[in-house]
Design a protein around this ligand. Sequence first.
Ligand code: 5GP
Ligand code: ZN
Length: 112
Amino acid sequence: MSDCIFCKFANGEIPVEFVYRDEDVFVIRDINPQASTHFLVIPTQHIASSAEVTDPSVWSKVVGRAVELACKMGLDRDGFRMVVNTGEQGGQTVPHLHLHLLSGRNFGWPPG
Ligand code: 5GP
Ligand code: ZN
């Protein structure tokens, strides 16, 4: 999608450091981190939000890669949180599906 910042990262129009990348998914550091580790796990394909996912394999790729990365980095030792914000009240600000992978502090429950 032409005016989508995450698509511009995916197609190289805006340079960004990839923490991980394969043909389906890429991972970048959040520009405004909410914990000492805060990655965004993003499908390369433009999907506006979680509500727009029609192919369930998108979830296995996004969530699967997020957990693999978390375990590879040892984040499972103390724990981590995965979040997918959807829509206005869900706190979504970038309309291209992404999963937040956060670690490095105690997030507590329920969320604020
Ligand atoms: P949302 O609020 O949609 O769930 O999350 C969007 C996230 O994207 C926010 O945490 C925000 O900090 C991050 N973000 C927005 N613009 C950029 C950017 O240009 N670069 C990076 N690395 N992250 C961004
Ligand atoms: Zn996009």
